[in-house]
Design a protein. Structure first.
Length: 397
């Protein structure tokens, strides 16, 4: 069996009344699991929150941007290289360059603009993910083709160069979460990270809050005795099981594309792994956060570095947790369930050998999890995971 390096994150987190991730009707997302309705937060929502957390963890040069407005973004970089290029021309250069690099059409938006106002920048038809370094390199290439940009990119070597620049020196977030370009599958990037939909370990019912707002300014007291505004907002509360897995070998391959001579792959790999662990653990979707203020951190975090395929232990909660008469809440039972499920699965299927495990936890209710691995505060846990990944990447596994 080929040895792999997989980082797994298992998180128990309790959120109060909230609406972290809602559907098209405004209702908190949910799913049926184990025959009962569970609270659910989509993987997309938590990946977005993790990417947002990277802004506080990593250098902006190591990150990318996913947007339809690449012409505007790239145009600004073009003008930074040559300030004599007018904005409209820079947008045109950027649009042609993005099309050459990705195959995506970049055209002026069809939405109406104010009469006599400036024309808007061209936009792609869908979101495209490019790294800061890729944008910088494409800007330099665009300036070279300024005299006749269409003819410039008709030349095979220039179009090939554009594609190569868009497919090298990937940012950490592109390497982790991948990239799909509908019109340019040759520059797609397979995601190194997989994130499960977070679900509650128990049955979760949706509740509704009826609210009113008072008009602060009324001309006369007798004008209006009613509220200035009324409405409802739906919410739930839950103890969630969150799970993510990171294929470090694929991450290394993604980050290694287009590295400059003498630039080691190990350092960015370790930095990316540590950023992912911290970002995933500490991040929180912000849906309706001003309404509910659901700023919580996890009750418990279990991180494993293993050499076999990733394992999701959500089966511990297929039978929904129930509130205990003495303990109340769900964290105690969820911790005990997880503490039993993890070694049972690893022993039964032989996937525990060579696995390193660390635990960060809070409170007496999570005490059962302390036996799973080395207990550390989060800062030390992140550093320990990074060191273990680096050791394995250097061939010391």
């Amino acid at each position: 069996m080929t040895s792999r390096t997989i980082v797994e994150l298992h998180v128990l987190q309790t959120v109060p009344p909230s609406n972290l991730n809602r559907d098209d009707t405004g209702t908190p997302k949910s799913a049926v699991y184990g025959g009962v309705r569970r609270a659910r937060v989509s993987s997309q929502a938590w990946k977005r929150a993790t990417r947002q957390a990277f802004q506080q963890i990593l250098d902006p040069a190591e990150l990318g941007v996913r947007t339809r407005r690449l012409a505007e973004l790239l145009g600004a970089r073009i003008r930074k290289i040559d300030e004599s290029i007018p904005e409209a021309e820079a947008w045109n250069l950027a649009a042609e360059t993005v099309t050459a690099a990705t195959g995506a059409k970049v055209e002026p938006p069809k939405r109406n603009t104010k009469e006599g106002g400036p024309a808007p920048a061209p936009e792609a038809r869908y979101l495209i993910f490019l790294s800061a370094r890729q944008l910088d390199a494409l800007a330099e290439l665009a300036v070279k083709g300024r005299d006749d940009v269409k003819a410039f990119f008709k030349a095979k070597e220039n179009k090939t160069a554009a594609k190569q620049l868009a497919n090298s020196r990937h940012s950490v977030d592109i390497a982790l979460f991948g990239r799909m370009v509908a019109d340019g599958s040759d520059i797609n990037v397979d995601a190194a990270a997989q994130v499960a939909h977070a679900i509650s370990v128990h049955r979760a019912d949706v509740e509704s809050d009826y609210y009113t707002a008072v008009d602060d300014h009324k001309e006369r007291e007798e004008d209006d005795k009613g509220a200035g505004m009324i409405g409802t907002v739906e919410f739930n509360s839950a103890t969630l099981y969150r799970y993510a897995a990171l294929d470090v070998d694929l991450l290394r391959a993604n980050l290694g594309r287009g590295l400059r001579d003498g630039e080691p792959a190990d350092t960015p790999v370790r930095r990316a792994v540590e950023a992912f662990v911290r970002g995933f653990v500490e991040s929180l979707p912000t849906g309706k956060i001003n309404t509910f203020g659901h700023h919580t951190l996890p009750d418990a975090v279990i991180v494993k570095v293993r050499s076999t395929r990733p394992v999701n232990f959500v089966g511990a909660f297929e039978r929904p947790c129930r509130v205990g008469e003495e303990s109340g809440g769900y964290v105690l039972q969820a911790s005990e369930r997880l503490a039993k499920q993890i070694p049972a699965i690893e022993t039964a299927f032989g996937v525990g050998a060579g696995t390193e495990t660390w635990v960060t936890r809070v409170g007496e209710d999570t005490e059962a999890l302390s036996l799973l691995g080395t207990e550390l505060p989060l800062d030390e846990l992140v550093a320990a995971v990074g060191a273990e990944v680096e050791r394995r990447q250097n061939g010391s596994a």
